[in-house]
Ligand binder design. Structure first.
Ligand SMILES: NC(=O)c1ccc[n+]([C@@H]2O[C@H](COP(=O)([O-])OP(=O)(O)OC[C@H]3O[C@@H](n4cnc5c(N)ncnc54)[C@H](OP(=O)(O)O)[C@@H]3O)[C@@H](O)[C@H]2O)c1
Length: 328
């Protein structure tokens, strides 16, 4: 009899806990349709942004893309037309230039899903980086996002339909954990997290939902360029989270945006990283909240193990460098 009560208690406790989490999670779950809606993608002429534009167009969205190079924009428009038969609108502007951004956004018309994907990444030790490169990274990745939001938000808030809207940021796993060689990049992407968390408070009453996408290394022209200068240690550390195709990242990102997820991970390592860094982030899914609570302790141990490995690689690297300096 006692065993039966004990078994019942064991069953009821997790259920009661799930019930509590169902009541607790905020903001409430939401579905954000993109069919026949205006999806505006910055950095949509290359890599992840281009894959997002392809996917959104093939799912029936009206797509606009913005980037600097008019030639790359034309190429992207032609490639999307060839693959989907759909025309996307293109806007040539530098996200650092608020006036140019505002003109593009006004011309494009009210936006339902603002996808802030533009980004620059230079992997280099701070010591070897010019301050102008640091400022450039912050200006494009962080200030560029502010420029877009300031330009687009008034019309997004006054949209005619009552459907939920979205502002989504393409961050990076280097925006969840600091990584050797990414001092400036990580700072800019961690900045996006603060921006996104605070912005969600401010726009929730307007039925606008914020998402942060955290891709691992992804096969894009941007990564090919970055790899030319990437420090060896950055390669060793970043490779611990796999490598994806831009199309796979785009699918994960759009599915997450449509579910209104605040944090969107792209692979298994990314899910573990997101759970380990959940902190005070919003969480809409009571099931994910359950996983976060249950896994928190064990993932902290895993995280300590990962840091142990990374610091081991850094120490080994410096020992080898000192050894070869002594020999020469
Ligand atoms: N690839 C990866 O391994 C990886 C991993 C994690 C996160 N991410 C993030 O994913 C996003 C896309 O990266 P990607 O690899 O697809 O890069 P990419 O192939 O280099 O494409 C970058 C896009 O951003 C545009 N862009 C760059 N600077 C701009 C500016 N100042 N104003 C307007 N547009 C600008 C580029 O066009 P123009 O040059 O013509 O302006 C291009 O369309 C970035 O935010 C990046 O940080 C990438």
């Amino acid at each position: 009899m006692v065993e039966a009560y004990f078994a019942l208690l064991l069953l009821l406790l997790p259920l009661a806990f799930l019930g509590l989490l169902y009541f607790l999670v905020r903001p409430r779950p939401v579905n954000i349709p993109i069919k026949n809606r205006h999806v505006f993608i910055t950095g949509g002429s290359s890599g992840i942004g281009l894959a997002l534009a392809h996917r959104a167009a093939s799912e029936g969205a009206r797509v606009s893309i913005l980037a600097r190079s008019p030639d790359k924009l034309d190429e992207a428009r032609n490639a999307i037309r060839l693959a989907t038969g759909i025309d996307v609108a293109v806007f040539a502007a530098d996200v650092r230039d608020y006036d140019a951004v505002k003109r593009a956004v006004d011309e494009a018309g009210p936006i339902d899903v603002l996808l802030l994907n533009h980004g620059v990444f230079v992997a280099l030790e701070l010591e070897k980086m010019e301050l102008s490169e640091v400022k450039f990274t912050m200006d494009v990745n962080l200030m560029g996002s502010f420029n877009l939001i300031k330009a687009a938000l008034p019309a997004m808030k006054n949209r005619k339909d009552s459907l939920p809207a979205s502002i989504a940021f393409v961050s990076s796993q280097a925006g969840q954990v600091g990584i050797y060689g990414y001092v400036a990049y990580s700072a800019s992407k961690f900045g996006l997290r603060g921006l996104a968390e605070a912005l969600q408070h401010e726009v929730i009453a307007d039925n606008i939902h914020v998402s942060l996408i955290f891709p691992p290394d992804t096969d894009t022209p941007g990564l090919v360029e970055e790899n030319k200068r990437k420090p060896e240690l950055t390669k060793i550390i970043a490779s611990s989270s796999g490598f994806m195709k831009a199309e796979e990242v785009a699918k994960k990102a759009l599915d997450g945006i449509k579910r209104g997820s605040f944090v969107i991970s792209c692979n298994l390592e990314g899910v573990a990283l997101s759970i380990a860094t959940a902190g005070l982030s919003p969480q809409r899914s009571f099931l994910m909240a359950f996983v976060e609570v249950v896994a928190a302790g064990i993932l902290r141990i895993v995280a300590l193990g990962i840091q142990w490995g990374w610091y081991g690689s850094i120490e080994k690297w410096h020992r080898q460098k000192k050894g070869s300096a002594r020999r020469s």
